[in-house]
Design a protein around this ligand. Sequence first.
Ligand code: HPA
Length: 273
Amino acid sequence: MNKVYEKVVLAYESIKDRIPFEPKVALVLGSGLGNYADSMKVVSEIDYKDIKDFPISTVVGHAGKFIFGYVKDVPVVCMKGRVHYYEGYSISDVVLPTRLMKMMGAKILFLTNASGGLRKDFNAGDFMMLNDHISVFAPNPLIGPNIEELGTRFPDMTTVYDKDLQDVIRKAAKDNNIDLKEGVYAQLTGPSFESPAEITLLSRLGVDAVGMSTVCEAIAANHMGMKICCISCICNLAAGISPNPLTHEEVFEAGQKAAPLFEKLVTESIINM
Ligand code: HPA
């Protein structure tokens, strides 16, 4: 068996008896947004450390567990904490949790993240729904022998972010008077934030928000035929646009401040998916 796939299968087998239901939605919570599960009807939890060879986050603010619960009547598996490529994990380990949640039965991948905003009309605390992404600054998680069990060698990327899910999120924002921006997100490796010159470059390439996650997970999920959507919390204005130096604490705090509205937007969206 393909070695990368075998690792996903072994991880799945190590916890399969503890998975309480087939989740409809797999929800990934970004920096500072991790308390979302407090608003779910929680059924059970699995610590990442109990899963065979599972990559565990080393970042402050990224505790690690799967939380299974209901958002109204929708069964959701929630990832509280994710690993990032900059932590030193291989890119296939970074997307292992995504593949594992598909194996649990999730059809929809709802990604969230914290990002830096590049546009003049963005403010810290804004939400941006992804219409598309730029992956060329981070390694592609599909490099290596193709996992035939999961998908095709050369996946189409024309519509990674599902149009119907985008409509659901737009409507949820409108119904709740939440200002929702839309745009293109680029994943860079981090862990250093970008330089002002890099932000100028990204701006000219059509990037609206920049971060250190998400795109690799979306590529892996698209490969497996999942329906994908993503909302980014613009936690700061990107380097050179913001007059201040950037810190992780600032990003984390902005995420926490935006959390109540974010929870509302995510809940209202999931209920209608
Ligand atoms: N750059 C990259 N990643 C980020 C940022 C940023 O400005 N803010 C939050 N995550």
